[in-house]
Design a protein around this ligand. Structure first.
Ligand code: FAD
Ligand code: ZN
Length: 473
Protein backbone atom coordinates (compact mmCIF):
# COMPACT_ATOMS: atom_id res chain seq x y z
CA UNK A 1 0.00 0.00 0.00
CA UNK A 2 1.23 3.52 -0.79
CA UNK A 3 2.27 5.94 1.95
CA UNK A 4 -0.83 8.02 1.20
CA UNK A 5 -3.02 4.94 1.47
CA UNK A 6 -1.47 4.04 4.82
CA UNK A 7 -1.88 7.60 6.06
CA UNK A 8 -5.57 7.70 5.07
CA UNK A 9 -6.07 4.34 6.77
CA UNK A 10 -4.61 5.75 10.00
CA UNK A 11 -7.07 8.64 9.75
CA UNK A 12 -9.94 6.21 9.13
CA UNK A 13 -8.88 4.17 12.14
CA UNK A 14 -8.87 7.38 14.21
CA UNK A 15 -12.28 8.82 13.32
CA UNK A 16 -14.18 6.09 11.47
CA UNK A 17 -14.13 5.56 7.70
CA UNK A 18 -17.37 7.51 7.21
CA UNK A 19 -15.68 10.65 8.50
CA UNK A 20 -12.68 10.72 6.20
CA UNK A 21 -13.89 12.23 2.93
CA UNK A 22 -11.61 12.11 -0.09
CA UNK A 23 -11.98 13.71 -3.54
CA UNK A 24 -12.37 10.23 -5.03
CA UNK A 25 -15.52 9.69 -2.99
CA UNK A 26 -17.32 12.96 -3.64
CA UNK A 27 -17.18 16.67 -4.26
CA UNK A 28 -15.44 18.49 -1.42
CA UNK A 29 -16.31 21.97 -2.74
CA UNK A 30 -18.07 23.03 0.47
CA UNK A 31 -14.79 22.57 2.36
CA UNK A 32 -12.49 23.88 -0.36
CA UNK A 33 -14.22 27.09 -1.41
CA UNK A 34 -13.82 30.21 0.71
CA UNK A 35 -16.81 32.22 1.91
CA UNK A 36 -16.45 35.05 -0.59
CA UNK A 37 -15.74 32.74 -3.55
CA UNK A 38 -12.36 34.34 -4.02
CA UNK A 39 -10.33 31.13 -3.74
CA UNK A 40 -10.88 27.42 -4.23
CA UNK A 41 -8.25 25.04 -2.86
CA UNK A 42 -7.87 21.28 -3.11
CA UNK A 43 -7.97 18.96 -0.09
CA UNK A 44 -6.25 15.61 0.16
CA UNK A 45 -9.05 14.66 2.55
CA UNK A 46 -11.58 16.17 4.94
CA UNK A 47 -11.49 14.63 8.41
CA UNK A 48 -14.32 15.06 10.88
CA UNK A 49 -13.36 13.95 14.39
CA UNK A 50 -16.11 13.74 17.01
CA UNK A 51 -14.06 14.15 20.19
CA UNK A 52 -10.93 15.81 21.51
CA UNK A 53 -9.18 12.44 21.62
CA UNK A 54 -10.00 11.90 17.96
CA UNK A 55 -8.65 15.36 17.09
CA UNK A 56 -5.43 14.48 18.93
CA UNK A 57 -5.16 11.18 17.02
CA UNK A 58 -5.61 12.98 13.69
CA UNK A 59 -2.95 15.55 14.59
CA UNK A 60 -0.52 12.80 15.65
CA UNK A 61 -1.09 11.02 12.33
CA UNK A 62 -0.48 14.24 10.40
CA UNK A 63 2.64 15.05 12.45
CA UNK A 64 4.05 11.57 11.85
CA UNK A 65 3.40 11.80 8.11
CA UNK A 66 4.46 15.47 7.87
CA UNK A 67 1.07 16.41 6.45
CA UNK A 68 -0.27 19.94 6.98
CA UNK A 69 -3.78 20.46 8.26
CA UNK A 70 -6.22 23.31 8.03
CA UNK A 71 -8.74 23.63 10.87
CA UNK A 72 -12.20 24.56 9.65
CA UNK A 73 -15.33 25.51 11.59
CA UNK A 74 -18.24 27.10 9.76
CA UNK A 75 -16.02 28.27 6.88
CA UNK A 76 -17.50 31.77 7.16
CA UNK A 77 -14.15 33.49 7.74
CA UNK A 78 -13.40 36.46 5.52
CA UNK A 79 -9.60 36.19 5.39
CA UNK A 80 -9.26 32.94 3.37
CA UNK A 81 -7.82 31.00 6.30
CA UNK A 82 -10.08 27.97 6.58
CA UNK A 83 -9.66 26.32 3.18
CA UNK A 84 -6.72 24.23 1.95
CA UNK A 85 -4.18 25.55 -0.54
CA UNK A 86 -4.14 24.42 -4.17
CA UNK A 87 -1.54 21.65 -3.69
CA UNK A 88 -3.99 18.84 -2.90
CA UNK A 89 -1.63 17.83 -0.08
CA UNK A 90 -3.41 19.37 2.92
CA UNK A 91 -6.03 17.88 5.21
CA UNK A 92 -9.08 19.87 6.27
CA UNK A 93 -9.87 19.13 9.92
CA UNK A 94 -13.53 20.01 10.24
CA UNK A 95 -14.89 20.63 13.76
CA UNK A 96 -18.48 20.03 12.57
CA UNK A 97 -18.95 17.04 14.86
CA UNK A 98 -17.59 18.66 18.03
CA UNK A 99 -21.03 19.94 18.91
CA UNK A 100 -21.60 19.35 22.64
CA UNK A 101 -22.36 22.02 25.19
CA UNK A 102 -20.47 20.29 27.98
CA UNK A 103 -21.48 22.33 30.99
CA UNK A 104 -23.29 25.45 32.10
CA UNK A 105 -22.45 26.84 35.53
CA UNK A 106 -25.08 29.49 36.22
CA UNK A 107 -23.60 30.53 39.57
CA UNK A 108 -20.19 31.06 37.95
CA UNK A 109 -21.91 32.57 34.88
CA UNK A 110 -19.93 30.36 32.49
CA UNK A 111 -20.58 27.85 29.77
CA UNK A 112 -18.22 25.23 28.39
CA UNK A 113 -18.86 24.20 24.81
CA UNK A 114 -17.06 22.34 22.05
CA UNK A 115 -15.41 24.17 19.20
CA UNK A 116 -17.87 23.06 16.53
CA UNK A 117 -20.94 24.46 18.30
CA UNK A 118 -22.62 26.96 16.01
CA UNK A 119 -22.76 30.41 17.59
CA UNK A 120 -26.57 30.47 17.76
CA UNK A 121 -26.47 27.13 19.61
CA UNK A 122 -24.23 28.70 22.26
CA UNK A 123 -26.47 31.77 22.48
CA UNK A 124 -29.52 29.53 22.91
CA UNK A 125 -27.87 27.44 25.61
CA UNK A 126 -27.30 30.65 27.58
CA UNK A 127 -30.90 31.77 27.04
CA UNK A 128 -32.04 28.39 28.29
CA UNK A 129 -30.42 29.22 31.63
CA UNK A 130 -31.90 32.75 31.66
CA UNK A 131 -28.52 34.25 30.74
CA UNK A 132 -26.91 36.02 27.81
CA UNK A 133 -23.95 35.01 25.64
CA UNK A 134 -23.37 38.32 23.92
CA UNK A 135 -21.18 37.45 20.93
CA UNK A 136 -23.31 38.21 17.89
CA UNK A 137 -22.54 38.58 14.19
CA UNK A 138 -24.38 38.19 10.91
CA UNK A 139 -22.83 34.75 10.29
CA UNK A 140 -24.02 33.43 13.68
CA UNK A 141 -26.26 30.77 12.13
CA UNK A 142 -23.22 28.98 10.66
CA UNK A 143 -19.97 30.21 12.26
CA UNK A 144 -18.62 28.16 15.16
CA UNK A 145 -17.33 28.96 18.62
CA UNK A 146 -13.89 27.58 17.68
CA UNK A 147 -13.78 29.79 14.59
CA UNK A 148 -14.94 32.78 16.62
CA UNK A 149 -12.06 32.27 19.03
CA UNK A 150 -9.49 31.41 16.37
CA UNK A 151 -10.29 34.72 14.63
CA UNK A 152 -11.03 36.65 17.83
CA UNK A 153 -14.34 37.65 16.25
CA UNK A 154 -15.93 40.99 17.04
CA UNK A 155 -19.47 41.64 15.84
CA UNK A 156 -22.17 43.94 17.05
CA UNK A 157 -21.85 43.89 20.85
CA UNK A 158 -18.13 44.54 21.29
CA UNK A 159 -18.68 48.05 22.62
CA UNK A 160 -20.20 46.65 25.79
CA UNK A 161 -18.95 43.05 26.07
CA UNK A 162 -15.68 42.93 24.12
CA UNK A 163 -14.35 40.61 21.41
CA UNK A 164 -14.37 36.81 21.61
CA UNK A 165 -11.09 37.14 23.56
CA UNK A 166 -12.71 39.15 26.34
CA UNK A 167 -15.48 36.59 26.61
CA UNK A 168 -13.21 33.60 27.00
CA UNK A 169 -11.97 32.27 30.33
CA UNK A 170 -10.43 28.98 29.29
CA UNK A 171 -9.56 26.74 26.35
CA UNK A 172 -8.93 23.13 25.54
CA UNK A 173 -6.38 22.82 22.75
CA UNK A 174 -4.72 20.03 20.80
CA UNK A 175 -1.09 20.93 20.23
CA UNK A 176 1.02 20.28 17.16
CA UNK A 177 2.48 17.24 18.96
CA UNK A 178 -1.02 15.82 19.33
CA UNK A 179 -1.16 16.49 23.07
CA UNK A 180 -4.25 17.80 24.80
CA UNK A 181 -3.94 20.93 26.93
CA UNK A 182 -6.93 21.22 29.24
CA UNK A 183 -7.09 24.88 30.21
CA UNK A 184 -10.86 24.97 30.66
CA UNK A 185 -10.82 26.91 33.87
CA UNK A 186 -13.75 29.13 34.63
CA UNK A 187 -11.43 31.42 36.57
CA UNK A 188 -11.67 35.18 36.30
CA UNK A 189 -8.33 35.57 38.00
CA UNK A 190 -5.33 33.32 37.33
CA UNK A 191 -1.84 34.78 37.33
CA UNK A 192 0.20 31.63 37.05
CA UNK A 193 2.49 32.53 34.20
CA UNK A 194 2.16 33.22 30.50
CA UNK A 195 -1.31 33.78 29.06
CA UNK A 196 -1.40 30.63 26.92
CA UNK A 197 -5.11 31.01 26.27
CA UNK A 198 -4.54 34.37 24.64
CA UNK A 199 -1.88 32.97 22.35
CA UNK A 200 -4.38 30.63 20.74
CA UNK A 201 -7.18 33.19 20.54
CA UNK A 202 -6.75 35.06 17.26
CA UNK A 203 -4.07 32.65 16.01
CA UNK A 204 -6.28 31.52 13.09
CA UNK A 205 -5.45 27.85 13.39
CA UNK A 206 -1.69 28.34 13.13
CA UNK A 207 -0.72 27.35 16.70
CA UNK A 208 -3.18 24.69 17.85
CA UNK A 209 -6.65 23.23 17.36
CA UNK A 210 -9.17 24.68 19.79
CA UNK A 211 -11.48 21.83 20.78
CA UNK A 212 -13.53 23.47 23.56
CA UNK A 213 -13.82 26.73 25.48
CA UNK A 214 -15.23 28.13 28.68
CA UNK A 215 -17.02 31.39 27.98
CA UNK A 216 -18.48 34.14 30.16
CA UNK A 217 -22.22 34.64 30.43
CA UNK A 218 -24.09 37.77 31.49
CA UNK A 219 -27.48 38.76 32.81
CA UNK A 220 -30.04 39.24 30.07
CA UNK A 221 -31.04 42.85 29.55
CA UNK A 222 -34.69 43.58 30.34
CA UNK A 223 -35.04 46.06 27.52
CA UNK A 224 -33.39 46.72 24.18
CA UNK A 225 -33.96 49.92 22.31
CA UNK A 226 -32.73 50.66 18.80
CA UNK A 227 -32.53 54.12 17.28
CA UNK A 228 -31.55 55.22 13.78
CA UNK A 229 -30.22 58.73 13.27
CA UNK A 230 -29.31 60.84 10.24
CA UNK A 231 -25.96 62.57 10.71
CA UNK A 232 -24.40 65.38 8.68
CA UNK A 233 -20.84 64.02 8.81
CA UNK A 234 -18.56 61.56 10.59
CA UNK A 235 -17.28 64.16 13.04
CA UNK A 236 -20.87 64.53 14.25
CA UNK A 237 -21.12 60.75 14.57
CA UNK A 238 -18.02 60.71 16.76
CA UNK A 239 -19.52 63.50 18.84
CA UNK A 240 -22.81 61.63 19.19
CA UNK A 241 -20.92 58.51 20.29
CA UNK A 242 -19.16 60.43 23.06
CA UNK A 243 -22.45 61.94 24.22
CA UNK A 244 -24.22 58.58 24.11
CA UNK A 245 -21.45 56.97 26.16
CA UNK A 246 -21.56 59.76 28.70
CA UNK A 247 -25.35 59.52 29.04
CA UNK A 248 -25.88 55.77 28.69
CA UNK A 249 -22.54 54.40 29.91
CA UNK A 250 -22.41 50.60 29.69
CA UNK A 251 -26.04 50.63 28.48
CA UNK A 252 -24.80 51.54 25.00
CA UNK A 253 -24.32 48.15 23.35
CA UNK A 254 -24.13 49.12 19.70
CA UNK A 255 -23.05 52.11 17.67
CA UNK A 256 -22.92 51.42 13.94
CA UNK A 257 -22.30 53.92 11.18
CA UNK A 258 -23.27 53.65 7.49
CA UNK A 259 -22.59 56.01 4.59
CA UNK A 260 -25.23 56.94 2.04
CA UNK A 261 -23.92 54.57 -0.64
CA UNK A 262 -24.06 51.55 1.72
CA UNK A 263 -27.75 52.15 2.24
CA UNK A 264 -28.36 52.95 -1.43
CA UNK A 265 -27.03 49.49 -2.31
CA UNK A 266 -29.30 47.86 0.27
CA UNK A 267 -32.26 49.80 -1.18
CA UNK A 268 -31.32 48.71 -4.71
CA UNK A 269 -30.97 45.01 -3.94
CA UNK A 270 -33.53 44.66 -1.13
CA UNK A 271 -36.31 47.03 -2.19
CA UNK A 272 -38.62 45.81 0.61
CA UNK A 273 -36.10 46.73 3.32
CA UNK A 274 -37.10 49.57 5.62
CA UNK A 275 -34.30 52.17 5.66
CA UNK A 276 -35.36 55.40 7.34
CA UNK A 277 -33.53 58.65 6.56
CA UNK A 278 -31.33 56.94 4.04
CA UNK A 279 -30.63 60.04 1.97
CA UNK A 280 -28.54 61.54 4.76
CA UNK A 281 -24.75 61.57 4.22
CA UNK A 282 -24.42 59.14 7.14
CA UNK A 283 -26.78 57.16 9.34
CA UNK A 284 -26.07 55.79 12.77
CA UNK A 285 -27.71 52.80 14.44
CA UNK A 286 -27.60 53.02 18.23
CA UNK A 287 -28.57 50.19 20.51
CA UNK A 288 -29.24 50.62 24.18
CA UNK A 289 -29.61 47.60 26.49
CA UNK A 290 -30.96 48.15 29.95
CA UNK A 291 -31.48 46.13 33.07
CA UNK A 292 -34.63 48.19 33.73
CA UNK A 293 -37.91 48.08 31.82
CA UNK A 294 -38.12 49.82 28.46
CA UNK A 295 -39.53 53.15 29.63
CA UNK A 296 -36.32 53.67 31.58
CA UNK A 297 -34.26 53.22 28.42
CA UNK A 298 -36.55 55.58 26.49
CA UNK A 299 -36.24 58.19 29.20
CA UNK A 300 -32.46 58.11 28.69
CA UNK A 301 -32.39 57.95 24.90
CA UNK A 302 -35.11 60.41 23.88
CA UNK A 303 -33.61 63.53 25.51
CA UNK A 304 -30.17 62.61 24.21
CA UNK A 305 -31.46 62.51 20.63
CA UNK A 306 -33.66 65.59 21.08
CA UNK A 307 -30.72 67.67 22.28
CA UNK A 308 -28.53 66.38 19.44
CA UNK A 309 -31.21 67.39 16.90
CA UNK A 310 -31.49 70.84 18.50
CA UNK A 311 -27.80 71.59 18.15
CA UNK A 312 -27.35 70.05 14.69
CA UNK A 313 -25.28 67.00 15.69
CA UNK A 314 -28.18 64.87 14.44
CA UNK A 315 -30.51 65.87 11.58
CA UNK A 316 -33.36 63.56 12.42
CA UNK A 317 -33.88 60.27 14.26
CA UNK A 318 -36.36 57.45 14.78
CA UNK A 319 -36.63 55.01 17.67
CA UNK A 320 -37.98 51.51 16.99
CA UNK A 321 -41.40 51.09 18.58
CA UNK A 322 -41.16 47.35 19.06
CA UNK A 323 -38.96 44.31 18.59
CA UNK A 324 -40.02 43.81 14.96
CA UNK A 325 -38.96 47.37 14.08
CA UNK A 326 -35.70 47.01 15.97
CA UNK A 327 -34.93 43.77 14.13
CA UNK A 328 -35.73 45.42 10.80
CA UNK A 329 -33.30 48.26 11.54
CA UNK A 330 -30.52 45.81 12.37
CA UNK A 331 -31.40 43.89 9.21
CA UNK A 332 -30.91 47.10 7.21
CA UNK A 333 -27.40 47.37 8.64
CA UNK A 334 -26.58 43.70 8.16
CA UNK A 335 -27.73 43.66 4.55
CA UNK A 336 -24.96 46.00 3.46
CA UNK A 337 -22.44 43.18 2.88
CA UNK A 338 -24.84 40.91 0.99
CA UNK A 339 -26.05 43.90 -1.06
CA UNK A 340 -22.45 44.65 -1.96
CA UNK A 341 -21.92 41.04 -2.99
CA UNK A 342 -24.96 41.20 -5.29
CA UNK A 343 -23.71 44.49 -6.75
CA UNK A 344 -20.47 42.72 -7.70
CA UNK A 345 -17.02 41.69 -6.49
CA UNK A 346 -15.53 44.40 -4.32
CA UNK A 347 -12.43 45.17 -2.29
CA UNK A 348 -12.94 44.86 1.44
CA UNK A 349 -10.88 46.53 4.14
CA UNK A 350 -11.60 45.78 7.78
CA UNK A 351 -9.60 48.49 9.53
CA UNK A 352 -9.45 50.01 12.96
CA UNK A 353 -8.26 53.42 14.10
CA UNK A 354 -8.43 55.51 17.20
CA UNK A 355 -12.04 56.74 17.06
CA UNK A 356 -10.90 60.35 17.22
CA UNK A 357 -8.95 59.93 13.95
CA UNK A 358 -11.65 58.24 11.92
CA UNK A 359 -13.17 61.37 10.34
CA UNK A 360 -9.76 62.59 9.13
CA UNK A 361 -8.88 59.11 7.83
CA UNK A 362 -12.12 58.90 5.85
CA UNK A 363 -11.56 62.38 4.38
CA UNK A 364 -7.97 61.63 3.44
CA UNK A 365 -8.50 58.15 2.00
CA UNK A 366 -11.62 59.36 0.14
CA UNK A 367 -9.67 62.22 -1.48
CA UNK A 368 -6.78 59.93 -2.43
CA UNK A 369 -9.07 57.35 -4.00
CA UNK A 370 -11.08 59.98 -5.87
CA UNK A 371 -7.84 61.23 -7.40
CA UNK A 372 -6.18 57.86 -8.07
CA UNK A 373 -9.15 55.69 -9.00
CA UNK A 374 -11.83 58.01 -10.37
CA UNK A 375 -15.36 56.63 -10.12
CA UNK A 376 -14.54 53.99 -7.46
CA UNK A 377 -17.50 53.80 -5.08
CA UNK A 378 -16.79 53.86 -1.36
CA UNK A 379 -19.06 51.70 0.75
CA UNK A 380 -18.08 52.76 4.25
CA UNK A 381 -19.79 51.35 7.30
CA UNK A 382 -19.00 49.55 10.51
CA UNK A 383 -18.68 49.48 14.25
CA UNK A 384 -17.77 53.11 14.95
CA UNK A 385 -18.08 52.49 18.67
CA UNK A 386 -15.13 50.07 18.38
CA UNK A 387 -13.13 52.28 16.01
CA UNK A 388 -13.71 49.62 13.33
CA UNK A 389 -14.68 50.53 9.78
CA UNK A 390 -15.48 48.26 6.89
CA UNK A 391 -13.95 50.51 4.28
CA UNK A 392 -14.98 48.79 1.07
CA UNK A 393 -14.40 49.81 -2.49
CA UNK A 394 -16.86 48.90 -5.22
CA UNK A 395 -16.08 49.17 -8.94
CA UNK A 396 -17.31 52.31 -10.72
CA UNK A 397 -20.98 52.07 -11.70
CA UNK A 398 -21.34 49.77 -14.71
CA UNK A 399 -17.83 48.26 -14.49
CA UNK A 400 -17.35 44.53 -13.90
CA UNK A 401 -16.11 43.84 -10.37
CA UNK A 402 -13.70 41.06 -11.45
CA UNK A 403 -11.81 43.25 -13.95
CA UNK A 404 -11.71 46.11 -11.49
CA UNK A 405 -10.19 43.89 -8.79
CA UNK A 406 -7.56 42.46 -11.12
CA UNK A 407 -6.53 45.95 -12.17
CA UNK A 408 -6.81 47.93 -8.97
CA UNK A 409 -6.89 45.75 -5.88
CA UNK A 410 -3.22 45.89 -4.91
CA UNK A 411 -2.88 49.60 -5.54
CA UNK A 412 -6.06 50.38 -3.58
CA UNK A 413 -5.04 48.15 -0.68
CA UNK A 414 -1.70 49.92 -0.35
CA UNK A 415 -3.30 53.32 -0.59
CA UNK A 416 -5.92 52.57 2.06
CA UNK A 417 -3.63 50.65 4.44
CA UNK A 418 -0.89 53.28 4.22
CA UNK A 419 -3.46 55.92 5.19
CA UNK A 420 -4.59 53.69 8.08
CA UNK A 421 -0.99 53.18 9.22
CA UNK A 422 -0.23 56.93 9.07
CA UNK A 423 -2.94 57.44 11.66
CA UNK A 424 -1.89 54.61 13.93
CA UNK A 425 -4.52 52.09 12.82
CA UNK A 426 -4.61 48.36 12.09
CA UNK A 427 -5.12 46.64 8.72
CA UNK A 428 -7.30 43.95 10.28
CA UNK A 429 -9.72 44.82 13.05
CA UNK A 430 -11.84 41.67 13.35
CA UNK A 431 -11.52 39.43 10.29
CA UNK A 432 -7.90 38.34 10.77
CA UNK A 433 -5.00 37.92 8.35
CA UNK A 434 -5.49 34.40 6.91
CA UNK A 435 -3.85 34.15 3.52
CA UNK A 436 -5.68 37.22 2.25
CA UNK A 437 -3.45 39.67 4.12
CA UNK A 438 -0.40 37.53 4.96
CA UNK A 439 1.75 39.12 2.26
CA UNK A 440 0.81 42.63 3.38
CA UNK A 441 1.36 42.15 7.10
CA UNK A 442 5.16 42.71 7.07
CA UNK A 443 4.65 46.20 5.61
CA UNK A 444 2.55 47.24 8.60
CA UNK A 445 3.74 45.17 11.55
CA UNK A 446 7.01 46.14 13.25
CA UNK A 447 9.85 43.68 12.50
CA UNK A 448 10.30 43.05 16.23
CA UNK A 449 6.65 42.01 16.53
CA UNK A 450 6.92 39.72 13.49
CA UNK A 451 10.07 38.13 14.88
CA UNK A 452 8.31 37.36 18.18
CA UNK A 453 5.35 35.90 16.28
CA UNK A 454 7.70 33.67 14.25
CA UNK A 455 9.47 32.53 17.41
CA UNK A 456 6.15 31.57 19.00
CA UNK A 457 5.03 29.72 15.88
CA UNK A 458 8.32 27.84 15.73
CA UNK A 459 8.23 26.94 19.43
CA UNK A 460 4.68 25.56 19.32
CA UNK A 461 4.61 24.11 15.82
CA UNK A 462 8.21 23.44 14.77
CA UNK A 463 7.15 21.21 11.87
CA UNK A 464 4.80 23.88 10.56
CA UNK A 465 1.84 21.50 10.18
CA UNK A 466 -0.92 23.90 11.34
CA UNK A 467 -2.33 26.12 8.61
CA UNK A 468 0.95 26.92 6.85
CA UNK A 469 1.17 30.20 4.96
CA UNK A 470 -1.57 31.78 7.02
CA UNK A 471 -0.89 34.90 9.12
CA UNK A 472 2.89 34.51 8.68
CA UNK A 473 3.65 34.11 4.99
P1 FAD B 1 -13.81 29.38 9.81
O1 FAD B 1 -14.12 30.30 8.70
O2 FAD B 1 -14.06 27.95 9.59
O3 FAD B 1 -12.25 29.56 10.21
C1 FAD B 1 -11.71 30.83 10.42
C2 FAD B 1 -10.24 30.68 10.88
O4 FAD B 1 -10.19 30.04 12.14
C3 FAD B 1 -9.40 29.81 9.95
O5 FAD B 1 -8.09 30.28 9.96
C4 FAD B 1 -9.47 28.44 10.58
O6 FAD B 1 -8.36 27.65 10.27
C5 FAD B 1 -9.50 28.79 12.06
N1 FAD B 1 -10.26 27.85 12.90
C6 FAD B 1 -11.58 27.52 12.81
N2 FAD B 1 -11.92 26.68 13.80
C7 FAD B 1 -10.80 26.46 14.53
C8 FAD B 1 -10.50 25.70 15.69
N3 FAD B 1 -11.44 24.97 16.29
N4 FAD B 1 -9.24 25.72 16.17
C9 FAD B 1 -8.27 26.45 15.57
N5 FAD B 1 -8.50 27.19 14.47
C10 FAD B 1 -9.74 27.20 13.96
N6 FAD B 1 -16.40 38.46 11.83
C11 FAD B 1 -16.33 39.34 12.85
O7 FAD B 1 -15.37 39.35 13.59
N7 FAD B 1 -17.34 40.24 13.05
C12 FAD B 1 -18.42 40.29 12.27
O8 FAD B 1 -19.30 41.10 12.49
C13 FAD B 1 -18.53 39.35 11.21
N8 FAD B 1 -19.61 39.33 10.43
C14 FAD B 1 -19.68 38.43 9.43
C15 FAD B 1 -20.82 38.40 8.64
C16 FAD B 1 -20.94 37.50 7.61
C17 FAD B 1 -22.20 37.49 6.77
C18 FAD B 1 -19.89 36.60 7.34
C19 FAD B 1 -20.00 35.60 6.23
C20 FAD B 1 -18.76 36.61 8.12
C21 FAD B 1 -18.64 37.52 9.17
N9 FAD B 1 -17.51 37.55 9.98
C22 FAD B 1 -17.45 38.44 11.01
C23 FAD B 1 -16.40 36.62 9.74
C24 FAD B 1 -16.61 35.21 10.35
O9 FAD B 1 -17.95 34.92 10.54
C25 FAD B 1 -15.91 35.10 11.66
O10 FAD B 1 -14.52 35.25 11.44
C26 FAD B 1 -16.16 33.77 12.39
O11 FAD B 1 -15.66 33.93 13.70
C27 FAD B 1 -15.50 32.58 11.73
O12 FAD B 1 -16.01 31.38 12.32
P2 FAD B 1 -16.03 30.02 11.49
O13 FAD B 1 -16.43 28.93 12.40
O14 FAD B 1 -16.81 30.16 10.25
O15 FAD B 1 -14.47 29.87 11.18
ZN1 ZN C 1 -17.94 43.78 11.21
Amino acid sequence: MSATGRFLDTLRASVGAAHVLTPAEGDLAAYEQDQRQRFRGKARAVVRPASTDEVAAVVRACAAAGVALVPQGGNTGLAVGSVPDASGAQIVLSTQRLRAVRALDAANATLTAEAGCVLTQVQQAAVGAGLLFPLSLAAEGSCTLGGNLATNAGGTQVLRYGNARELCLGLEVVTAQGEIWNGLSGLRKDNTGYALRDLFIGSEGTLGIITAATMKLFPQPKARLVAWAAIPDLAAAVQLLARAQAALDAGLTGFEVMNRLSLALVARHYPQQRLPLRDAPWCVLLELSDSHPERHARAALEPLLARAIEDGCVRDAVIAENLAQATALWQGRERISPAQAIEGLNIKHDVSLPISRIPAFVDEAGALLAREVPGARLVTFGHLGDGNLHYNVQAPEGQAGGDFLLREEQRINTLVFDAVARRGGSISAEHGIGSLRAAQLPRYKPPVALAMMRAIKHALDPQGIFNPGRVLA
